[in-house]
Design a protein around this ligand. Structure first.
Ligand SMILES: Nc1ncnc2c1ncn2[C@@H]1O[C@H](COP(=O)(O)OP(=O)(O)O)[C@@H](O)[C@H]1O
Ligand SMILES: [Mg+2]
Length: 240
């Protein structure tokens, strides 16, 4: 496998007394795209929260490019080059598009030689955001808010991009645009985790697949092998 960009090892995570992730381990290879699948409530977002330091795990380790970041505060993990596009987008609705991007800009990095993402390059990737740069984020469509959420994450010049259900609630044509954007980001060399409800979308775009079931890793495979085997995933994902 390629060098590891992000590695979770035997993670146990809790919300209060509720044991939500049980011995979860998976690895994102550098430059690869990992599709993280699972039913609603399986623990996908919790894995993202653990990876960016929002939920410190009770046991296990998180590594970013080989460096242990377990229980570091989110700001320190961000400096190591991990950015999250959160589920539900969570843009600052009362700030303009430009302000949403500006607040996320980051120039200091650990282990980075150059920082390709600026407001200019984000606007070049998302021309609609450029047109709407002065508008309040709350006035954008769902698809535009998703692009802004992605642009905001890129402004931190990440090496690892985590995207939590970016297609959720979007019309099919907009989903296709978001997927095309994710492909471009992968081609640019970013290592990506894409959390998805739709196995079809994930299988189309991912190199590797991890399926969570009730807080445990149920399947780890390459997307190609899963497709070729025609594995019956209904037990893990429900009927689709
Ligand atoms: N802030 C929270 N407090 C308590 N329980 C939570 C919280 N967030 C999620 N959970 C629970 O943790 C489990 C995993 O949730 P989550 O990681 O959001 O799943 P997914 O993203 O796969 O839908 C679910 O049972 C959910 O109800
Ligand atoms: Mg979720």
């Amino acid at each position: 496998m390629a060098n590891s960009a992000l590695k979770l090892s035997a993670i146990d995570a809790y919300y209060g007394d509720s044991h939500v992730l049980q011995q979860v381990s998976f690895e994102l290879g550098e430059g690869r795209l990992l599709g993280l699948l699972g039913r609603n409530g399986a623990g996908k977002s919790t894995c993202m929260n653990v990876s960016v330091g929002l939920l410190p795990p009770r046991a296990g380790a998180v590594e970013v490019f080989g460096a242990t970041v377990t229980r570091l505060p989110p700001e320190m993990i961000a400096r190591r080059g991990v950015a999250l596009v959160p589920q539900g987008r969570r843009v600052f609705k009362s700030l303009s598009v430009r302000e949403n991007l500006a607040v996320a800009a980051r120039t200091e990095h650990v282990g980075r030689r150059h920082a390709p993402w600026t407001m200019l390059t984000v606007f070049a990737m998302f021309p609609r955001l450029a047109e709407r740069r002065a508008q309040l984020a709350g006035h954008l469509s769902g698809g535009e808010q998703q692009m802004l959420a992605i642009g905001r994450a890129l402004m931190s010049n990440p090496r690892v991009l985590l995207m939590d259900e970016p297609s959720e609630g979007l019309a099919p044509q907009i989903v296709a645009e978001v997927m095309a954007t994710i492909r471009k980001l992968k081609e640019s060399g970013l290592s990506i985790v894409l959390v998805e409800q739709s196995p079809k979308l994930a299988f189309d775009i991912a190199d590797d697949i991890v399926i969570l079931n009730s807080g445990r890793v149920a399947v780890v495979s390459t997307a190609a092998a899963l497709k070729a085997d025609g594995v019956d995933l209904r037990q893990h994902l429900g009927v689709f």
